[in-house]
Design a binder for this molecule. Sequence first.
Ligand code: GLU
Length: 307
Amino acid sequence: MSIAHYQQVLNEIAIEVRPLLTQGKVADYIPALASIDPNQFSIAIYTTDGQTVCAGDCSERFTIQSVSKVMTLTLALQRYGDALWERVGKEPSGTAFNSLTQLEFEKGIPRNPFINAGAIVTCDALYGRLSAPRYFMLDTFRKLAGNQSIIIDKAVANSEYEFKHRNAAMAHLMKSFDNFNNDVDDVLWSYFNFCAIELNCIELAKAYNFLANKGVDCSSGKQVLTSLQNKQLNSLLFTSGLYDAAGDFGYRVGMPGKSGVSGAILAVLPNKFTVAVYSPGLNGFGNSVAGITALELLSHKLDISIF
Ligand code: GLU
């Protein structure tokens, strides 16, 4: 398939999803997100041979929120390998991304690294191995996306921290079960800063291109994950990347993916490309309404999936 064909398809999608932009509801759990204009859309493909195509507001940056959880897991797998799985599971949660009850029943071991508790415990693991986690994470995105101007949105990070109580409750609960080593507030500050990293769709697709390329960053040739870890991470994304709606996403899109409450979604077509989409209006599961439809249209129009 040619790049020109990808471009034509993305242009069509940007037009077709327009009526959906006003249908979702922007995340309102912090003021910094509640004030975002819902009427935005962008989609970008980054191919494993280093080409980019984009449609919509391509230069518009947004905080990546939970899509950062994929990089958190990546950095932790690099440092801990399989030992990480003693502290976090690999199963879909079947409950809300910020559920406390499951954590209580399951003795402080979160179901997977893509729900909040799982990402927070993974941050705790990273905190023990990095001297300045938020700068390291920012630098990782800058290098992989190839842009030194990428920053952390301080207003969003501060707002998350101010309204941290539920995430703090999860961390304290894990501490009570002996599954948390560092100071809760310090780890949460890192976690919120990871969530508040700002990228546009092109940068987001590019930063995660290694997921489509057997763990190798196609710009630098650097091995980010081993091929085996890359397969395992993509498998977990397929089963657990879309909060409590991973089944519906898998059914409609046929690719592994990860969403964030800002309205960002990343999806992976192994050996071909990563695709990032952004539209802030969310459905009841916290996933972008136009974003999911855009990826569904992409998979239908190009007749692609992992199956
Ligand atoms: N910063 C958000 C939180 O922890 C991330 C939520 C998300 O994108 O799922 O509540």
